[in-house]
Design a protein around this ligand. Structure first.
Ligand code: SF4
Length: 194
């Protein structure tokens, strides 16, 4: 599929995403139920995949507010894509882990207010506009109407951000050029060689 076609499809998806009915989404969340048990299982290694994907604007915000450098807390997402010189190319960043997420301290998130969308909305996400649920012990728990509304609003925001990031990425993407050495992350900011 050409880059132009990809962008056209993403623009259509964005249009649909902007029209998502938050009230309907909130009602759906309310009928499923959710109460965070503060177990931090989603941040820990021992309970399965705790990979956290993070957007470039979220990385910038954490850098600005904490004084950390991006290399302190993110790495390129694993990828099998290679260019003619054997350099790896990837399209996403993930939070560093020392088994558990590096921001997990004493069972609590050390960057709670700055945590990525994926953490704010766990265990929910939207796929093609439909509500999806990851494994979580909090599912089925009591949730207030207000919290359902808030969660629906952040989920919609996240979904829109995902699509906008993908559009910006495609607009900047120039293929797997071996212009550097090592690993290249292609994102909405352009190319980062690590
Ligand atoms: S950023 Fe915070 S909430 Fe997200 S996985 Fe790490 S410790 Fe958990």
């Amino acid at each position: 599929m050409s880059r132009k076609t990809e962008i056209a499809l993403l623009l259509k998806a964005l249009d649909k995403a902007l029209k998502i009915d938050e009230k309907q989404l909130a009602d759906e969340i309310g009928s499923i139920g959710f109460k965070c048990k503060k177990c931090a299982r989603c941040c820990r290694a021992e309970y399965g995949d705790n990979t956290v994907f993070i957007f470039p604007f979220e990385i910038r915000r954490i850098c600005e507010k904490t004084g950390l450098g991006r290399e302190d807390f993110v790495i390129p997402a694993p990828s099998e894509d290679r260019d003619s010189q054997g350099n790896i190319h990837t399209f996403e960043w993930v939070l560093r882990k020392n088994g558990d997420c590096i921001f997990l301290k004493g069972g609590l998130c050390g960057i709670y207010e700055l945590r990525p969308y994926i953490c704010k909305t766990y265990p929910f996400y939207l796929l093609d506009g439909r509500l999806m649920i990851s494994e979580c012990e909090g599912i089925g728990g009591d949730i207030t109407e207000e919290d359902s509304r808030k969660l629906a609003s952040v989920l919609k925001e996240r979904y829109i951000a995902e699509i906008k990031e993908a559009i910006a990425l495609f607009e900047k993407f120039e293929g797997f050029n071996p212009s550097g050495k090592g690993i290249c992350v292609h994102d909405s900011e352009g190319e980062h060689w690590v």
